[in-house]
Design a protein around this ligand. Structure first.
Ligand code: FE
Length: 247
């Protein structure tokens, strides 16, 4: 199936919440209604039901990957996703994200359906706008470009054994162990550079030294070990300790 990528937001008890979703679709045109499929474990789902409102921002093809990382892979209890981003308050009161967005919809919840792991929520569109004629970002393009797969709570998530086995605590240990190994390898043979691909255990992004990360100013040919200590995953913002070498 083909999908776009959207940021779904709401405001409940004066607190903003939001997540990245690909399952946003039109259900009727008169009245204009759209549906979202939202994981029950996603705290935004509960807040949408509480407040009865939500907004959808349509991401453009050049959307900022850090924004996608924060809204797609981070919890609102760990990071303030709404810090430093441009927001417009909608008719319903839901915070509309304008950064990286090319259009938005402001909705009032009219119906919900429990579909097991997810809630299917239908909203009537009360207001909307097109902000840019840039091409919308599609899920397929995003996956292809960033070698990505879905976050766990996404309706399109497919379990990956590799990720499931790696919890962040062990990830840190493995990264440390890898660092030690690298140091040992370095002293054994200084001329030999470790050009292995490293995978972010949080989101699945792969750092390939052969390609570098031109978007972040990292030229091709830089081994993972030589990236700065404050290097962050361009997709989910995780630090270097969350990366593991591919074998
Ligand atoms: Fe990541």
């Amino acid at each position: 199936m083909s999908y776009g990528l959207y940021i779904v937001t709401t405001k409940s008890n004066d607190k903003n919440a939001g997540y990245i979703g690909n399952t946003v679709f039109q259900v009727t045109s008169d009245p204009a209604q759209i549906a979202i499929s939202c994981h029950k474990k996603n705290s935004t789902a509960e807040k949408i039901i509480e407040s009865g409102i939500f907004a959808v921002s349509v991401l453009g093809i050049n959307a900022n990957t850090s924004l996608i990382g924060e809204f797609g892979f981070m919890s609102g209890s760990d990071v303030n996703k709404f810090k430093d981003i441009e927001i417009k308050t909608s008719q319903t009161g839901a915070p509309i994200i304008l950064d990286s967005a090319i259009a938005w919809f402001d909705c009032k919840v009219v119906s919900k359906l429990d579909v097991g792991s997810h809630l299917l929520i239908i909203g009537e569109v009360l207001d909307s706008d097109v902000i840019s004629d840039e091409e919308p970002l599609t899920y397929a393009y995003y996956r292809e470009k960033y070698k990505m797969f879905s976050p766990k709570n996404s309706p399109t998530y497919i379990e990956r054994e590799r990720l499931e086995q790696e919890k962040p605590a062990t990830a840190q240990k493995s990264a440390k162990a890898a660092a030690v190994e690298e140091k040992a390898a370095e002293s054994a043979d200084k001329a030999e550079k470790d050009m292995s691909v490293y995978t972010c255990l949080i989101c699945g992004y792969q750092y390939d030294p052969e390609e570098g990360e031109p978007g972040s100013g990292i030229p091709p040919g830089i081994p993972f070990a030589d990236l700065p200590d404050d290097y962050k995953c361009p997709v989910c913002n995780a630090g270097k300790e969350y990366f593991k070498r591919n074998y």
